[in-house]
Ligand binder design. Structure first.
Ligand SMILES: [Zn+2]
Length: 356
């Protein structure tokens, strides 16, 4: 008999990709997957928190392939997964042969899970990156919606909402009861720690505030919390889910703008909360370059490369004029990237960027 409260684990714990590709390689997909945020730790001292996102390149086509399963069940999964195309600027192309980034199986009964975003690239070819453990031809539509929207949220880079750093301390867990509850479903204490209690500290986040209505949140029964606190099953995308994913995968926006060394400065706008703007430039001859932002906005500038957008060379907050950033660096010939974000999460503003 099917458990009615079975929930998703992001990826079976203890299982690791065996392609030899590291998590760092997975973040190479996109330059703003590595986000540096300066944090003041004392007078004159700064350090930076690094968030490592798992987002796919904006506007790309992701191929999706079913490894097994009933064609009627596959068709339902496909129709619901396609809803993400209206939110994120990505195409989910379902293929029946050849290679695919997202590989869906129904073989592991009782467990539904997905890798998070570009982590799918670390899974060996031919192995599933997503599994549905209880979807049958007669499963209610709302259950399909809940699970498929959720698992494809993972596949596009979202984490569990209760593992968002902003959720820390928000849910009054009764830990012994949570261990006992999930033990009945075959989960070890480690599984519970990994999937329920562990909060991402230096990793991807969905939202700047905890969103109990997110499609990425589990149901939390009152019996597992101290006092009176419960969250029901979410089957719909929350407003914050759609806002967040539209910002990560914007439509009609160039993923990366081209910047010329010694060329004209570009004027740009951090128009949405949490926006990160990405620039590419090429160095033909080794030279000491000055990379600056100007304008009224407190920008943070990060230099990535050479050749690898996932590698951070350095970053700066306020070495420029006013609250602007300034990086001076001798660079060898190669490809480099700059990313710009606002110092204050949630704030917006205009700036210019240039390289001399
Ligand atoms: Zn999940």
């Amino acid at each position: 008999m099917r458990h009615t409260c079975k929930i998703c684990s992001p990826y079976p714990s203890g299982r690791t990709g065996d392609t030899g590709r590291s998590e760092e390689a997975a973040s190479r997909e996109r330059v703003d997957n590595v986000r540096v945020m300066p944090m003041r730790t004392g007078p004159g001292r700064t350090r930076a928190a690094v968030e490592r996102m798992k987002l796919w390149e904006n506007s790309r086509t992701l191929k999706v392939k079913f490894l097994d399963g009933d064609p009627a069940v596959q068709a339902k999964v496909r129709a619901i997964a396609k809803e993400w195309e209206a939110i994120a600027s990505l195409e989910l192309e379902f293929v029946s042969s050849g290679t695919a980034q997202i590989r869906v199986s129904f073989a592991e009964k009782g467990f539904s899970w997905s890798t998070v975003g570009t982590d799918a690239l670390t899974v060996a070819a031919g192995q599933a990156t997503m599994n549905y453990g209880w979807l049958e031809t007669d499963t209610p539509l709302r259950e399909y919606q809940r699970v498929v929207r959720h698992e494809f949220g993972h596949a596009l880079g979202m984490i569990h909402e209760h593992q968002n750093p902003a959720a820390q301390g928000m849910i009054p867990w009764d830990k012994p009861k949570v261990y006992a509850y999930y033990a009945q479903q075959g989960w070890s204490q480690d599984d519970v720690d990994f999937n329920i209690f562990e909060v991402y500290s230096e990793d991807s986040t969905n939202h700047s505030a905890f969103d109990a209505t997110s499609i990425m949140e589990y149901a939390i029964p009152d019996s597992l919390t101290i006092g009176s606190y419960a969250i029901g099953w979410n089957t719909e995308f929350s407003p914050m889910d759609t806002t967040f994913m539209k910002r990560q995968y914007p439509k009609d926006a160039p993923a990366v703008s081209e910047l010329g060394v010694g060329g004209a400065r570009l004027t740009a706008d951090l128009a949405g909360a949490g926006e990160v703007d990405s620039y590419h430039f090429q160095v033909d001859l080794a030279a000491t370059l000055v990379m600056t932002t100007t304008g009224p906005t407190d920008t943070v500038l990060t230099l990535h490369g050479p050749g690898d957008p996932g590698a951070v060379i350095t970053w700066d907050d306020d070495r420029g004029r006013g609250l602007n950033a300034r990086i001076v660096r001798k660079l060898q010939p190669g490809n480099y990237w700059l990313t710009v974000r606002h110092k204050t999460p949630g704030a917006t503003g205009q700036y210019t960027i240039g390289i001399k």
